[in-house]
Write a protein that binds this ligand. Structure first.
Ligand SMILES: [Zn+2]
Ligand SMILES: [Zn+2]
Length: 168
């Protein structure tokens, strides 16, 4: 997946992601381990969509005191989601993590050619969802909308190369 810096403005929050995570750990009687700290720092140093493999690439290698094993990475990402810091969704069968805490609600356009995720906010969409929910007596907790297609750059690039003849 392309690393596309996300575009929305971060919101002010009373507590930092770190404080919030520590509260979460305390409420469950869990300890703040060195590995959890390493992951917390790496994940929140940048604001980007990522999958577990992309995160692991940036972590200290095996042999380092800050090395975090793959199962621990997966487990801790699950804790971040549970604590409300990250949101997890599926894109083409892969789990992608996105910022949730201190970040406005948004949805994504997904380019199937370059794999980038473009964030957008549309007030009209919330309204439509509220109406639909009302019609069904449904209470919305959250929603994930991923619109598949082709981004502007890929579309332009594609038009420059001769199209192969489509098979019937
Ligand atoms: Zn693209
Ligand atoms: Zn996003």
């Amino acid at each position: 997946m392309e690393h596309e810096p996300t575009s929305l403005q971060r919101m002010k929050t009373a507590a930092s992601p770190e404080q919030r995570f520590h509260e979460y750990l305390q409420s469950r009687g869990m300890r703040s381990t060195r590995q959890r700290q390493v992951l917390l720092e790496q994940v929140f140093a940048e604001h980007d969509h990522f999958d577990a493999d992309q995160l692991i690439e940036k972590l200290p290698r095996r042999g380092s005191t800050d090395y975090v094993s793959r199962p621990t990475v997966y487990r801790t990402l699950g804790e971040f989601v549970d604590a409300g810091l990250l949101k997890k969704f599926e894109v083409d069968g892969r789990s992608v993590y996105d910022f949730d805490y201190g970040y406005p609600d948004h949805d994504h356009l997904h380019c199937q050619t370059c794999d980038r995720l473009i964030e957008f906010q549309a007030d009209g969409l919330e309204q439509v969802l509220r109406q639909v929910a009302e019609q069904h007596g449904f209470r919305i907790k959250s929603h994930t909308l991923i619109v598949d297609g082709i981004c502007e750059e890929c579309f332009k690039a594609r038009r420059r190369v001769p199209q192969r003849v489509d098979r019937i």
